[in-house]
Design a binder for this molecule. Structure first.
Ligand code: HSE
Length: 306
């Protein structure tokens, strides 16, 4: 039986444009990692919160909430000491809290005598998201499973892993700003018109078609979000200029990653990614926002033990 584990979980682009709360893509490169150790007591102790601004209170810490939910679901008779290594930006729109939650859930699971099925891990991570940022699975599902995931239903939980088109690369432009998900969600409209709802549904359907056909151009032009993006763009200095610059530089599509402030663009090659990233950086600089750019491939594996 394992006494300790070290688990890595990637970040993600929630929504993938029009799929508000229902589509997400795991992104390679940066991620959060949790070291978990079994302890004799029943509770969870957060020994390292991952950042001075994150709480050590286990009822407010993403990894601890999810790990606790796993132990509770399994009826475990031990506790855990957790150390979070935070690789993703805080309140950055790259699935950071979801990554911490999934890493906590997977770490706790690996320390059980009889591990729980994947659905139980999703529910455990969803518990954390619900407490900390709002009930949505579009970050936790791809982070746990890898690749591109559609959340068909939350009640009951039904998530579908979609194929990831060959050659897909994502440019992430992370402005030096923070927007916590709760504030980003508060900006969302409570109602939308029928035309908007139907247009949005068509974009999500087209993304699913693009995933199966491997059509990157279709995927790119379906990144057309008329619900969240118009509501959130005013909160994100430089975003609209960066999007215009990305599309002018050859991006196939561009929108807000999760609730922002990170912007993402879809490209089909490293060279295109570099050009698009440089154009986005220039646009942010002109808006007096400094931005960190990276070009990343999708993470097809999801959370894993190191
Ligand atoms: N789907 C969520 C939102 C993602 O847009 O609020 C948050 O990262």
């Amino acid at each position: 039986m394992r006494e300790q584990v070290h688990v890595f979980a990637p970040g993600s682009v929630g929504n993938l444009g029009p799929g508000l709360d229902i589509l997400g893509l795991a992104i390679g490169g940066l991620g959060d990692a949790v070291r978990a150790r079994r302890t004799a007591g029943r509770g969870i102790v957060v020994e390292e919160a991952g950042d001075p601004s994150l709480p050590t209170d286990p009822s407010r810490h993403a990894s601890a909430i999810a790990a606790h939910a796993v132990l509770r679901a399994a009826g475990a008779d031990f506790g855990l000491a957790l150390r979070l290594e935070k690789g993703l930006p805080l309140s950055g729109g790259q699935g950071g809290s979801a990554s911490s939650a999934v890493a906590g859930a997977v770490a706790a699971n690996l320390l059980l005598d009889q591990p729980l099925p994947v659905e139980a891990l999703l529910l455990a991570a969803l518990e954390s998201e619900t407490v900390l940022s709002g009930r949505h699975a579009d970050n936790i599902a791809p982070i746990l499973l890898g690749g591109l995931v559609l959340i068909r239903s939350l009640d009951p939980l039904d998530v579908l892993r979609l194929p990831v088109p060959e050659g897909l690369l994502v440019v992430l432009a992370h402005p030096d700003r923070k927007l916590n998900t709760r504030d980003g969600r508060a900006a969302l409209p409570r109602e939308v018109s029928r035309d908007t709802a139907l247009h949005q549904a068509a974009q999500v359907a087209a993304i699913v078609a693009a995933a199966y056909s491997g059509d990157l151009a279709l995927l790119g032009r379906s990144i057309d979000d008329r619900i969240a993006e118009p509501a959130r763009a005013p909160l994100l200095d430089g975003f609209l200029a960066a999007k215009r610059a990305a599309l002018a530089a050859g991006a196939l599509g561009c929108s807000i990653s999760g609730s922002g402030p990170t912007a993402f663009a879809i490209v089909g090659s490293e060279r295109q990614g570099e050009a698009v990233g440089a154009a986005m950086r220039r646009a942010y600089t002109e808006a007096e926002v400094s931005a960190t750019i990276r070009v990343a491939a999708p993470d097809l594996i999801g959370a894993r033990a190191l």
